[in-house]
Design a protein around this ligand. Structure first.
Ligand SMILES: Cc1cc2nc3c(=O)[nH]c(=O)nc-3n(C[C@H](O)[C@H](O)[C@H](O)COP(=O)(O)O)c2cc1C
Length: 177
C-alpha cells in the first residue's frame, strides 16, 4: 500500500537486542503516547504502564517469566496493566490493554525499537510473579509484559494473509472457494 501502513507489516517479535543502548525519555514518552491512543470500551482508558530500566529487575523478570529469557538483554520492560477502579469489567480491561499493547509495539517499531509481547494475563502464577517485581496494588490487573530494546536481529516482513479466513456475506463462502 503506502509507507503509512508499512509498520503494520514489518513489525515482528524482536527477542535480540543491542547491548548498552539507552532508550531516551523522548522515545519512552512517544511510545506511551501511542499506547494511550488505543481504543477502549466506553473510552475508559483504564490502563497504567509500569516501566523498568533497572538491570537487576530486568534480570529477575527474565527468570520469573517462563518465556521471557530475552529480558536478560532487554533495555527496558513495560508492564501494561488495567485498573478495576477505572473499568470494573475485567474482560474489557483485557481487551483495552491488549489494544494498548499492540499500539505500543507498533510505535516502538516505527521509531526503530524492537519488542515482544509476553503474555501475563490470565495466568495466576505470572500475575503474582509480576507483583513481586512491580509491587502493584490489588485493583491492578497486569495484562502483558513488553520487552524492548534496539534490535539485534533482522526478520522478514510478515505475510500471514489467509483468504480462507475471510467470509463473504455467508460463512461457507470464502475468498478462495
Ligand atoms: C497474548 C500473547 C502472548 C505472547 N507471549 C509470548 C511469550 O511469552 N514469549 C514470547 O517470546 N513471545 C510471546 N508472544 C509473541 C508471539 O510468539 C508472536 O507474536 C508470534 O509468534 C508471531 O510472531 P510476530 O510477532 O513476529 O509476527 C505473545 C504474543 C501474544 C499476542
Amino acid at each position: 500500500m503506502n509507507s503509512n501502513t508499512d509498520i503494520l507489516f514489518t513489525r515482528r517479535s524482536i527477542r535480540k537486542y543491542k547491548k548498552d543502548h539507552h532508550i531516551s525519555d523522548e522515545l519512552v514518552k512517544f511510545i506511551h503516547d501511542a499506547a494511550m491512543c488505543a481504543p477502549s470500551a466506553r473510552n475508559r482508558q483504564p490502563w497504567h504502564f509500569m516501566i523498568t530500566r533497572q538491570r537487576d529487575k530486568l534480570d529477575s523478570l527474565a527468570e520469573l517469566h517462563p518465556y521471557g529469557k530475552m529480558l536478560k538483554d532487554a533495555t527496558m520492560a513495560v508492564l501494561v496493566c488495567g485498573d478495576i477502579n477505572l473499568e470494573d469489567r475485567e474482560s474489557y480491561i483485557v481487551q483495552d490493554c491488549s489494544a494498548a499493547t499492540q499500539n505500543l509495539l507498533l510505535a516502538a517499531h516505527g521509531v526503530g525499537l524492537g519488542g515482544v509481547w509476553l503474555g501475563v494475563y490470565p495466568r495466576k502464577e505470572r500475575i503474582e510473579a509480576m507483583r513481586e517485581i512491580f509491587q502493584y496494588p490489588d485493583n491492578i490487573i497486569p495484562v502483558s509484559l513488553v520487552s524492548l530494546g534496539f534490535p539485534d536481529e533482522d526478520k522478514p516482513r510478515n505475510s500471514n494473509f489467509n483468504p480462507k479466513r475471510i467470509h463473504l456475506e455467508k460463512w461457507n463462502e470464502t475468498w478462495e472457494d
